[in-house]
Design a binder for this molecule. Structure first.
Ligand SMILES: [Zn+2]
Length: 338
């Protein structure tokens, strides 16, 4: 099988596994001659089998700029495709491996959001991966610079953990990447503790006709009903960038249906999703597939964490720079019709 085909097959497999890839998140690249084939911004890895989701960019141009410390370099697309290369393209150019995969895998993410995440706490992690950790940085130029500072110019480092974000894996073949990804998800796995909840049978209708219906994924009602999860919602909403980009800077949590109704009726810009304590999670029609995938991701992460584990959340300044970012508005816009 040609490299292109095996990468696409791998992408559509991991893209369909919500514990590895959520909606438009994650990106994959491969290098061939002087070309870096990178996933286009806003596209879904799950679509790799049916659609063209990769954009070819000039590799030399990027590596030369990065060697000179130019992290603001803009990737040059080779084809006439209207798609834009991923925001994370520089990470893929920095890693010297033939294939690079960046995902927000739940099992790993549930550790990367912990306040005390440090590789010293995982002494049995395979030393051959020569793993590195990078503190939280805004995706794009800042994150690329932080990752570069951890690499030594060789392909020895096969795994880079990004705190409050995800993981980068480099390898020579899809088999090697698959093996590393599987190893990491098993290594960091912790069982989730689901609770029993039911979907409410009523909707919230505002005077202007806008309706918030019970969300269709039953487990997502737990976030509003299970007291420890409601606490997480309140205290640890902004755990990683995609959550903020797709679901907004803060959760809309209400104490009762009446409170939600009176408050929302005063608002001109309504949220996509609201949480009513002890009742459930309600969404209006703007809650598209990409946003639902992000909320499922959040649920999957917080149910894997013991209630007492302190988490690290993004600061107000870090949230602001994600919410007002044109590059992310573009990515979110591409998903509005999903
Ligand atoms: Zn990412």
């Amino acid at each position: 099988m040609r490299l292109h085909e095996s990468v696409c097959q791998f992408c559509s497999e991991i893209g369909k596994d919500p514990l590895i890839v959520q909606g438009a998140g994650g990106n994959v690249s491969w290098k061939e001659n002087d070309v870096l084939w990178i996933k286009a911004s806003g596209t879904w890895l799950a679509d790799a089998g049916d659609k063209d989701i990769f954009v070819p960019v000039k590799l030399d141009h990027l590596t030369t700029a990065l060697k000179n410390g130019d992290y603001a370099v803009v990737p040059q697309t080779i084809s006439s495709s209207p798609l834009k290369p991923s925001i994370e393209t520089l990470l893929h150019a920095l890693m010297p491996h033939r294939i690079v995969v960046h995902v927000h895998a739940i099992e790993v993410l549930a550790h990367l959001v912990r306040k005390d995440f440090d590789l010293m706490n995982y002494p049995t992690l395979d030393k051959a991966l020569n793993a590195r950790t990078v503190k939280y940085c805004k995706p794009g130029a800042e994150l690329a610079e932080a990752v570069a500072s951890q690499l030594d110019g060789t392909s020895n480092t096969r795994v880079v953990f990004l705190k409050n974000h995800g993981v980068i894996i480099g390898g020579d073949s899809i088999d090697e990447i698959s093996e590393t990804l599987l190893y990491l998800t098993h290594f960091f796995a912790v069982p989730a503790v689901p609770a029993q909840v039911t979907t409410p049978h009523f909707s919230l209708r505002l005077a202007n006709g806008v309706e918030f219906d019970p969300i269709g994924v039953t487990k997502l009602h737990e976030v509003a009903v299970t007291p420890s999860l409601v606490d997480r919602l309140n205290d640890n909403w902004a755990l990683y960038p995609d959550h903020v980009v797709f679901l907004g800077p803060r959760p809309r949590l209400f104490g009762s249906f009446e409170e939600a109704k009176s408050s929302l009726e005063m608002e001109s810009e309504l949220p996509d999703v609201i949480f009513v304590r002890g009742v459930g999670t309600f969404a209006r029609e703007t809650m598209n597939k990409a946003k639902i995938a992000q909320l499922i991701c959040y649920y999957d992460v917080i149910t894997k964490l013991n209630d007492s584990v302190p988490l690290s959340t993004l600061t107000d300044a870090q949230i602001c720079e994600l919410v007002d970012w044109d590059a992310e508005n573009y990515r979110r816009g591409l998903n509005d019709t999903k």
